[in-house]
Design a protein around this ligand. Structure first.
Ligand SMILES: [Zn+2]
Length: 275
């Protein structure tokens, strides 16, 4: 076993397709690689096999290894990591945290991922690890929800269709976590505007998980001066809004309005930079 899996083409026939993939994954425009690859596969009327997908990853990795920018970053981080952020977000493939905060750098973000950005024991222990074993510890923890979240939608649908007992059997931890904000927002807003209710549930869930972090690490946050925020990512616009949960530094005690103003300024800066 071991090395064979990464180096051998699965079959002669598959090799032909892999040759096509070579063209695609050799594209220097990284962001287009995956979507072009999938389009190509569709064009040939194929579903990629596991081995073909592994092959595409090998080529992606080759690009990464040869990119001098990342070679420098590997060099800078090879003796350890000092990320400033711990970000808990949904496993949804559209929630690519380093991309959406313009930080595609090695060592920038300590990431924790789970469906519905639910924090179970493993997630909490991951945060504990980062706080206690990274020197200096990251100074900001964000739990970020997002619009159009599949986990939230499944929970919402199961309650509306009274099928939550079935879902509870299949996904007990996720459902237990999201159930309360779902019920609360259905009671508050009804079921008339589904998108709005789903977004409210996601936001409440992110807040609830961020409050859990605050509760569990209370004194540790104070000791190391670590702030906790909830975040909400809009899949359509790309916008992330933040809500303060705790910030031990009084001079950072920004109100919601101040945060919004800061976000507005950042937008203005970036749009004037684009011109
Ligand atoms: Zn999600």
């Amino acid at each position: 076993m071991g090395s064979g899996i990464t180096q051998q083409a699965p079959s002669q026939q598959a090799n032909v397709t892999i040759t096509n993939q070579h063209k695609v994954v050799s594209n220097p425009v990284h962001g287009l690689v995956h979507s072009q690859y999938m389009k190509n596969m569709k064009k040939y009327g194929e579903q990629p096999s596991g081995a073909q997908l592994v092959q595409s990853l090998i080529h992606g990795n080759e690009h990464y290894r040869k990119n001098e920018l990342y070679a420098d970053q590997r060099d800078q981080t090879k003796s350890g990591q000092t990320p400033s952020f711990i970000i808990v977000s949904c496993s949804d493939s559209r929630c690519s945290v380093p991309l959406l905060f313009n930080r595609p750098h090695l060592g920038a973000i300590f990431e924790i991922k789970s469906a519905g950005n639910c924090l179970d024991a493993t997630g909490i222990e991951s945060i504990k690890y980062a706080i206690e074993h990274i020197e200096p510890p990251p100074k900001l923890i964000v739990v970020m929800g997002h619009t159009k979240c599949g986990a939230v939608t499944a929970c919402y649908n199961s309650i509306c269709q009274e099928k939550h007992h079935k879902l509870r059997m299949e996904f007990p931890s996720i459902l237990n976590t999201i159930m309360e904000p779902t019920r609360h927002n259905i009671e508050k807003f009804g079921t008339g505007n589904k998108d709005k209710v789903l977004a409210e549930i996601s936001e409440d869930n992110a807040k609830k998980q961020a409050q859990k972090v605050q509760f569990v690490f209370d004194e540790v946050l104070e000791k190391y001066g670590i702030s906790v925020y909830a975040g909400m990512y809009d899949i359509d616009t790309g916008d992330v809004k933040f809500l303060k949960i705790t910030d031990p530094d009084p001079k950072n005690d920004m109100t919601k309005q101040e945060l919004e103003e800061m976000a507005k300024e950042a937008k203005q800066e970036s749009s004037s930079g684009e011109k």
